[in-house]
Each structure stands twice: as C-alpha cells, then as structure tokens.
Ligand binder design. Structure first.
Ligand code: ADP
Ligand code: MG
Length: 381
C-alpha cells in the first residue's frame, strides 16, 4: 500500500484530496463507523483520490499539512499521518450532540466559507424542518403525511379529529427510538390505543380519555421535542408492514440520482421497520409485486424514483446548503401512493451489496464533478 505522504509527491500531478470529517474520541482516535470509513478510503484510492479521516480538532485550515488517519490493510489498523489540506470535506460527524458543540459548528462554518475547500452535507436534518421544507413546494407536498409539532394536548386533539391513526416521533430521533403510534377506536370502551416502540417489540397502553393519553405521552417522551403525524397504512406482506429505503446521491454531472432502493419489513410486533428492532431486509420489487402484480409494481417503482428526486431537490433548497447525498424512508399504501417519513443527511451503510458498491462509486464521481467546477459557487458545495 502506498504511503500517504508519498502519494502527493511534488513531481507528480496533484491527486485530488478528500477528507472524511469526524470528531476525536478519548479512547479510539476518532469517532464514527470505522468499517464505513475504511471502505471509503479503499474506494477513493481506486478513483485516484488521496483520502484520509480527519477530526475537527486536527483540521487546521491555515496549515498546509493536516494530521489525519489512514487505514493500513496489512495490519488492519488505523495509522496517524500528515496529509495535504483537502479539496473536499465529506462531513461524517457521527452524532447530533457532536455537531452541536461550538468548536464543531465553528469549523463547519469556516469550511462553508472557505474559498477553495468544498464541504458537503453540512448538518443533520430534523424531522420538523424536513416537513416544513417539503410543505413549501407544490411538487413535494403530496408526499408528506399531515404533521404538527406535538406541544399541547390541543395539537394532538386537532390532528386526531382528522386522522384516527397517528405516529409520534422525536424530531431528532433515529433508529426507531421513542416512536409511538396512536389509534383512536371510538366504538371501544377504551378508545385511545397507544403503542410504544421498545427494543424489539411494542407495548400497548389503552385509556378512556385524551387527557390520560396526553399524560402518558408526556411521561414517555420525557421532555424531548416531538412531531405528531398522520399514520399511513403501509403495505403488508405476511401481515408485516414494510417500507422503502432510498439512497439518493448526486452523480458525475452533479445531479440528483437514485443510487438504489431497499425494502425493510417490520418485525411481527414492531411499529417500525428497523432491522435492529426485528425488521428484515427484503427485495422491494418482489414485495411490490406481491401487492400489485408485475406491471403495477413497475409503475410504482418509477413513481418512487421520481418522488425521491423531487424530494431531494426540495430538501436541498429548503436547507439552504449544498448536499451530496441523503437516504429517505418512503412508505407505499395500498393505492400505490407514496409517503415521505424522513430523510437522513448522513446515510448509514446499505446492507445490499449492489447499492453499497454503487454508493461508494458515486461519492467519488460527485467529488470529481465538484473539482471540475472552477469556482466554489458553481460547484454547488
Ligand atoms: N406517519 C407514519 N405512518 C406510518 N408509518 C410510519 C410513519 N412514520 C414512521 N413510520 C414507520 O416508522 C419507521 C421509522 O420512522 P422514521 O420517521 O424513519 O424515524 P427514525 O428516525 O426513528 O428512523 C418508518 O420507517 C416507518 O416504517
Ligand atoms: Mg428512519
């Protein structure tokens, strides 16, 4: 394996440099998904890039060399080294808490303003902003379930008047944490049915009045900001609901493109489809064909792709920043309508090998595109 410092030998044409940005860690050099970072390094080398992992603390923008980390295949370990300042910074600061720290915010802002360095994916999304951005455009409004901030009992009551089935979700949540669902069954003695997502199953709580329901929700949500959202009756297969995970990235022309679509099917007693909560990885074409037959399933997939691209464009517009990729959770109902649940600005590794492979290629194809743009503004990052 080439030594990183020799890679940028002065006599050779300059290799493009991409730095994966994260934060440092007391125990293990840096935080983040190391196997993901190692894959990105490998893919970058194949595309002729110098790639390294850098922490916010080490990325000193006024220096010409930066301390970073590279992965040594022979020893399967991370090694410190000196690297050139990056042309491109790929933000993978792993947690919201980290991104909110003042020194992290300052560095990201400095990168956004930097005359030559391009940074993409400047911040995590939150579920309420996503809703607001998508609600602003006629092209994306049809895909979003009715959503409100869950602040008072009255906000809940207003939404329940129109929708007997609701999802409650923390605005900064992920991986199904803190998600609840409500069904109002007016004919029942205990009409309010709350389901709360536990580790791998959901717990039920039934009550007679909305004030009891509200008290329970307050207790369960423990002070976190929540949204309440119209519940969508997702398609089911073998009595388990499923939804789609769409990876959208910018391509070699700098345009949004669907890299791949996976499906996740909920565990039998789960209200979300996450794999760690008992969900399973499925083939989206096959699942849609069970529900709709081949011809109709094909049409739904085409609609999913065009919806995902419209949504990505509008999220980018709403966020006010240049984005390079995002993953989306989309649901499909029995009429074949498509529903947006959320988008993640720092997508996790897809388990489907074909999507994974293409996602790594796209990352560098888009980076290459950014480098061919003369000015930062035109590059869009
Ligand atoms: N409004 C909704 N109607 C039906 N199902 C939903 C709704 N919102 C979320 N879900 C289900 O819960 C899962 C998790 O919701 P999501 O918004 O993606 O939160 P998280 O950030 O925890 O992944 C979705 O993938 C979907 O299966
Ligand atoms: Mg999700």
């Amino acid at each position: 394996m080439e030594h990183p410092i020799l890679e940028n030998n002065r006599s050779q044409p300059k290799r493009p440099v991409l730095a994966i940005l994260t934060v440092d860690d007391e125990l293990q050099l840096f935080r983040g998904n190391r196997s993901n970072f190692a894959d990105i390094l490998r893919a970058g080398h194949e595309h002729g890039f110098t790639v390294y992992v850098v922490t916010v603390k080490h990325l000193k923008l006024l220096k010409s060399k930066v301390t970073g980390f590279t992965f040594i295949e022979e020893s399967q370990s991370w090694q410190k080294g000196l690297f050139p300042l990056p042309d491109i910074v790929y933000n993978r600061v792993p947690m919201r808490e980290d991104e909110l720290q003042p020194h992290v915010k300052r560095k990201i802002n400095a990168l956004l303003k930097h005359p030559t360095i391009r940074i993409f994916n400047p911040a995590f999304f939150n579920k309420w902003s996503l809703f607001e951005w998508l609600n602003m455009s006629k092209s994306t409004r049809p895909y979003i379930p009715a959503t409100r901030k869950l602040v008072t009992q009255n906000s809940l009551r207003l939404l329940l008047k129109r929708h007997l089935f609701l999802y409650l979700k923390p605005v900064s949540g992920k991986a199904g944490k803190g998600i609840m669902a409500i069904r109002l069954q007016p004919e029942k003695q205990m009409p309010y049915r709350l389901r709360m997502q536990e580790k791998r199953r959901s717990l039920n709580y039934n009550c007679a009045t909305i004030s009891k329901l509200w008290a329970k929700i307050r207790k369960e949500s423990s002070g976190e900001a929540y949204i309440a959202q119209q519940g969508i009756e997702l398609l089911k297969h073998q009595d388990r609901q499923f939804d789609l995970r769409v990876l959208v990235q910018k391509n070699q022309r700098g345009q949004w493109d669907v890299t791949g679509i996976g499906a996740r099917m909920a565990g039998s007693s789960s209200i979300t489809t996450h794999v760690p909560r008992g969900g399973s990885i499925e083939d989206p074409d096959r699942l849609l064909q069970y529900s709709f037959g081949q011809e109709q399933a094909r049409k739904v997939m085409i609609k999913v792709k065009s919806a995902a691209i419209l949504i990505a464009r509008q999220i980018e517009r709403g966020s006010g920043h240049s984005l390079g990729e995002m993953s989306m959770d989309l649901g499909v109902d029995k009429h074949g309508s498509i529903w947006f649940f959320e988008a993640n600005s720092k997508p996790m590794k897809f388990d489907e090998p074909h999507i994974r492979k293409k996602s790594l290629e796209r990352l560098f194809q888009y980076s290459q595109y950014l480098l061919t743009k003369k000015t930062k503004r035109a590059g869009g990052a």
